[in-house]
Design a protein around this ligand. Structure first.
Ligand code: ATP
Ligand code: MG
Length: 505
């Protein structure tokens, strides 16, 4: 359908007069009449042939005198102006735009045939359907999972815009794939689907492992971690220690090896530290690890244990290396403990993968992604000012070792710009606050300066993918997880009953 005609402008601002009655939307994709150029609508305004003064007069007559001010040739004289940005040259292959479209040529609505250049990558990670403005097209959008996951994904959005739903769609899509393993730290216990539809309902749910500290469903595991697994550096980015406390931890670890935490709690001797320092680290250790001390000994009240849980971290890491998805229900843990658990597992994953790289085994291993909600807790400027931690290390160099982060946040501006720039894929949902949008736009893979308005006006489930691994900043609509999962379940039931009929017949 014809939408309008190019009447003026320059390279980044092509001015189109909209054809009367053919609505053009912000964020809509349009195509030149020769089908060679794709544009995005970045702004809309009124245009008129009638002078401002005359318009004011006509309006006055209408409002004040109730005069019949029906204009002669209304459609010719008043219209909508759309500002377009060239997105990409299309055809059999897509390439960058370096020329202007033909002057005074027409633009039309985008059609599925225009988008043949959007091919399915080798390891597809489904994100949603292509969107033109608010219209959803029947064109699936994928990222290459191995590349995108190892080069980090950032999911920024204002609360309630669909971050968790998107994460769920991504997790669902890769659950049955053996080229990636995913660790999910789940502070809201929303991904397994204890009481609702969730990953447990996937046709290949055997690839899912769920750890929780409250009554695990049949076949799932209790989260227990042995205290001896903890090392002083696991606390980096988790709790802040003073210089003296830090040194005391190191001294204990050096002297008592894996029994160091026990030694702190039982006040075993270590040289050259004053009473006060030792009593502070003891107190903090007890509260952080949820331990209690009385006359008869130490009690474990939380997930950390002196006898159980010796293999938990190793088991989790091995499951990830098999390409499984491991969901850890951290909803009952304090923020610090959640991060400590994440830090323990992630440190182990990273050191394993560094080893694989050294031995040449890395190419046969799946990429591993670590899903972090409220990412500024570990990647925030404030945290990193005090020193790096395993998550910032992965953000900086994880891609070399096939370990990446999937960081979710409402406040990307809290994350240092360098780390934002390292996150090579950003799936941007609605962001209302201008400073948050700017943080993303400044660090995006494509030029999104013109897209600020569209990002602000993204509806729930609408997103823009900006990535080194897509050809242009791609607008998408993410499906609602419940609907997607239900239809997959129904399809499986149908297939099973069909096979039943075949077998029976
Ligand atoms: N793609 C979508 N299509 C339709 N509805 C959606 C979509 N994504 C999310 N929703 C609706 O919006 C609600 C909030 O989504 P979600 O929980 O994913 O937001 P969120 O960004 O994770 O919020 P929070 O910041 O609170 O964690 C969902 O319960 C769902 O009803
Ligand atoms: Mg959420």
């Amino acid at each position: 359908m014809l939408k309008g005609q190019i009447i003026s402008g320059d390279f980044g601002n092509i001015i189109v007069r909209q054809k009367a009655g053919r609505e053009i939307e912000l964020g809509e994709l349009l195509v030149s009449e020769d089908g060679r150029m794709l544009f995005e609508v970045v702004d809309l305004r009124f245009g008129s042939q009638i002078s401002e003064q005359n318009r004011e007069l006509i309006s006055g007559m209408d409002l004040e005198e109730n005069a019949d001010t029906e204009l002669f040739e209304k459609e010719l004289r008043n219209y909508t102006i759309a500002v377009l940005k060239p997105v990409i040259r299309i055809g059999e292959k897509a390439s960058l735009v370096k020329t202007l479209p033909v002057f005074l040529s027409k633009v039309r609505e985008v059609k599925e045939e225009d988008l043949k250049f959007l091919t399915k990558p080798k390891n597809p990670l489904f994100l949603g359907k292509l969107r033109s403005g608010s219209k959803v097209m029947n064109v699936d959008i994928f990222l290459d999972a191995a590349k995108a996951l190892s080069h980090h994904i950032l999911i920024p959005a204002t609360t309630g815009r669909g971050k968790s739903n998107l994460t769920m769609v991504m997790l669902w899509g890769q659950l049955d794939k053996d080229y990636c393993g995913v660790l999910v730290l789940d502070p809201h216990d929303e991904y397994f689907g204890r009481h609702k539809l969730g990953l447990k309902d996937h046709p290949k749910s055997e690839n899912l492992v769920y750890y929780t500290m409250r009554s695990p469903p049949p076949g799932q595991r209790t989260l227990k971690i042995n205290v001896e697994q903890i090392k002083p550096n696991h606390f980096n980015g988790v709790v802040e220690w003073s210089q003296a406390q830090h040194e005391a931890l190191a001294a204990y670890h050096k002297k008592y090896k894996e029994k160091w935490v026990e030694a702190i709690i039982k006040e075993r001797p270590v040289d050259n530290f004053n009473e006060a320092t030792l009593s502070v680290i003891k107190r903090r250790m007890l509260s952080l690890l949820d331990l209690e001390l009385d006359s008869s000994g130490v009690y474990c009240k939380g997930i950390f244990d002196f006898s159980a849980g010796e293999t938990t971290i190793r088991d989790i890491v091995n499951e990830l290396i098999k390409g499984k998805t491991v969901v850890i229900d951290t909803s009952y843990l304090s923020g610090a403990v959640e991060i400590l658990v994440g830090s323990l597992i992630t440190t182990e994953v990273f050191s394993k993968y560094k080893h694989f790289k050294a031995t040449g085994e890395l190419k046969d291993k799946p990429v591993i992604s670590i899903v972090l909600e409220e990412a500024p807790r570990v990647l925030g400027k404030e945290v990193l000012e005090k020193g790096s931690n395993i998550f910032s290390t992965i953000a900086r160099e994880g891609r070399k070792f096939k370990v990446g982060l999937t960081a979710i946040t409402q406040l990307p501006s809290l994350i240092p710009r360098q780390i934002l720039a390292n996150m090579n894929t950003k799936i941007i949902l609605g962001l209302e606050m201008a400073p948050e949008r700017n943080a993303i736009i400044e660090s995006a893979s494509q030029d999104l300066t013109e897209a600020s308005k569209s990002i602000a006006s993204l509806d729930i489930g609408e997103a823009i993918i900006s990535s080194n691994f897509v050809k242009f900043a791609t607008p998408i609509k993410i499906p609602l997880f419940e609907e997607m999962a239900k239809s997959a379940k129904d399809k499986k039931l149908e297939e099973n009953s069909f096979e039943g009929v075949k077998l029976g017949g």
